[in-house]
Write a protein that binds this ligand. Structure first.
Ligand code: M3P
Ligand code: FE
Length: 291
């Protein structure tokens, strides 16, 4: 498919409780590269491989969670079509702030873009994911968010879970590309809650290496290493020092928009292995531990 309109996740900004502790964590454990700080005290990061100036931003605040998520649109003309101005920021029906942008400073990466080698020692610093991949958000009105994201912004629904004893969609996986998802939601009474930010790993071996690194640095792990039935991605869920969950994610389905969504019911999410193929339980933390 041609990527037009909204093309991909671009960045996410999280709140952390202690800035320097978090900079140390995201630099040395995750292996992200710090690319700048601004006058508001925010710290910007990219993965080693990413080209844009930043994909991950943190700021210090009394409570952890997500400030906003940004998606890249193809070009300025797309922004004009969708709204107006250089950046479009709006609140989703779930209470989350989303912004669209067309351009960002490009730093490139140390592998270069001419006859690049596949390897550089920088790739081995910490977990060192390939890129910021997706996020899972919790809030009310996920079906209104679904309508907005599909009807206006061109996302397609790849998988969903129906709430117990109903046909009502209570969890959604949405893509603006042919990834298993670029953004996901779970219905929740409190608006604007954050479940996790996911970083793409190059391989299952790199996910297992991430588990070794988590053990080395005493990172608290939530689930995994295992595979999600939903998306089929290999995964670990773990927490940063502020309690924000992050995921090291790999592989998974690459659905075309014409496939139509895969349907799961509530037992499929739990005993059916939707969340955890190996254990086949609905881990309590999945529904209750949020920032
Ligand atoms: C994901 C994710 C679940 C499947 C999730 C797949 C939670 O990549 O967003 O964590 O059932
Ligand atoms: Fe995920």
């Amino acid at each position: 498919m041609a990527l037009t309109g909204v093309t991909r996740p671009g960045h996410i900004q999280l709140r952390v409780l202690d800035l320097e502790e978090s900079v140390e964590f995201y630099t040395n454990v995750l292996g992200l590269v710090e690319t700048g700080r601004d006058t508001q005290g925010r710290v910007y990061f990219k993965t080693f491989e990413e080209r844009d100036h930043h994909s991950f931003i943190i700021r210090e605040a009394p409570e952890a969670g997500m400030d906003f998520i940004g998606f890249k649109v193809l070009n300025e003309a797309t922004l004009d079509l969708l709204e107006t101005g250089e950046r479009v920021r709006f609140t989703l029906p779930t209470g989350h702030e989303m912004e669209l942008f067309a351009t960002k400073t490009i730093l490139g990466n140390p592998l270069g873009d001419f006859n690049p080698k596949p390897y550089n020692p920088g790739l081995d610093h910490g977990i060192s994911p390939v890129r910021f991949d997706h996020a899972l958000l919790y809030g009310p009105n996920v079906n209104d968010a679904l309508a907005l994201l599909t009807d206006v912004l061109g996302f397609h629904l790849t998988e969903y879970v129906t709430l117990p004893e109903t046909d009502i969609k209570g969890a959604l996986w949405l893509a603006c590309s042919n990834k298993a998802h670029d953004l996901a939601f779970v219905e929740h009474p409190e608006p604007g809650r954050f479940h996790h930010v996911a970083f793409l790993m190059e391989s299952w071996e790199r996910v297992l290496r991430a588990a070794d690194i988590m053990s080395t640095y005493d990172v608290t792990v939530d689930i995994g290493p295992t595979r999600h039935g939903i998306t089929r991605g290999g995964t670990i869920y773990a927490w940063d020092p502020s309690g924000n969950r992050f995921e090291t994610f790999q592989g998974g389905l690459a659905p075309y928009p014409d496939w139509g969504p895969i349907r799961w019911d509530w037992s499929g999410l739990g005993e059916g292995g939707g969340l955890d193929v190996a254990k086949r339980v609905l881990h309590e933390t999945f529904l209750t531990v949020l920032t």
